[in-house]
Unconditional design. Structure first.
Length: 151
């Protein structure tokens, strides 16, 4: 009987401990992220599509070696291992016909300084570095000042 009571007590203690541990697979732990405070197992509703700027003048550079910002909408421009819509306008071959600026020679260089005959894999996924612009509130305060010599 003593043994049984002991075992029951042990179960009770274990049960209480388990209840006190938050279930991290099913909760954000009160943390709000880009997907809001939606539990991890719940599918968050998609963020509304941003209104990106349509075609316009190129943006001034803010600092040396900045990847230029994209001054046009890029919705439905596919980039994957088979197609690269960006290169349909920006490759050396197509740029003048499409009246678009060419990618620069740096885009043909590998990280070891070899110049290839086609876009280097590290420059293939354009949106890793180039981003379109929407009229949106800054996510965090930013005190960055553009380099004066570039304006
Ligand atoms: C239909 C042709 C076309 C396609 C496709 C296209 N662009 Fe452009 N892009 C242009 C033109 C034309 C400009 C020059 C500015 C303007 O008229 O909007 C430009 C400007 C740019 C610039 C600014 C260059 C600078 O010197 O300031 C960047 C960066 C850029 N595009 C990146 C991209 C990326 C990345 C993609 C793919 C997601 C893409 N573009 C797809 C035509 C295109
Ligand atoms: C790893 C970052 C990176 C990736 C990926 C990348 N770029 Fe760039 N891009 C830059 C930087 C940095 C510059 C400015 C300095 C330079 O020319 O290297 C630039 C410059 C440009 C310019 C302006 C060229 C000029 O002469 O002023 C165009 C257009 C452009 N990129 C288009 C593209 C396209 C299209 C792709 C995809 C095929 C792409 N970039 C991929 C970083 C990148």
């Amino acid at each position: 009987m003593k043994k049984l009571i002991g075992a029951m007590l042990a179960c009770l203690v274990a049960g209480t401990l388990m209840a006190a541990t938050p279930d991290i697979t099913n909760s954000t732990g009160g943390i709000k992220s880009e997907r809001g405070a939606t539990d991890l197992v719940t599918e968050a509703s998609a963020a509304p599509l941003k209104n990106f700027r349509k075609d316009g003048e190129p943006y001034d550079r803010q600092y040396m070696h900045q990847p230029p910002l994209i001054p046009h909408d890029i919705r439905n421009y596919e980039v994957d291992n088979k197609v690269n819509k960006c290169l349909a306008c920006h490759s050396f071959k197509n740029a003048s016909k499409m009246k678009a600026p060419k990618i620069s020679p740096t885009h043909f260089e590998t990280r070891d300084g070899l110049t290839l005959g086609e876009v280097s894999p590290r420059r293939y996924f354009c949106l890793q570095c180039h981003v379109p612009q929407a009229d949106a509130k800054p996510l965090v305060e930013n005190t960055f000042k553009p380099v004066e010599a570039l304006h």
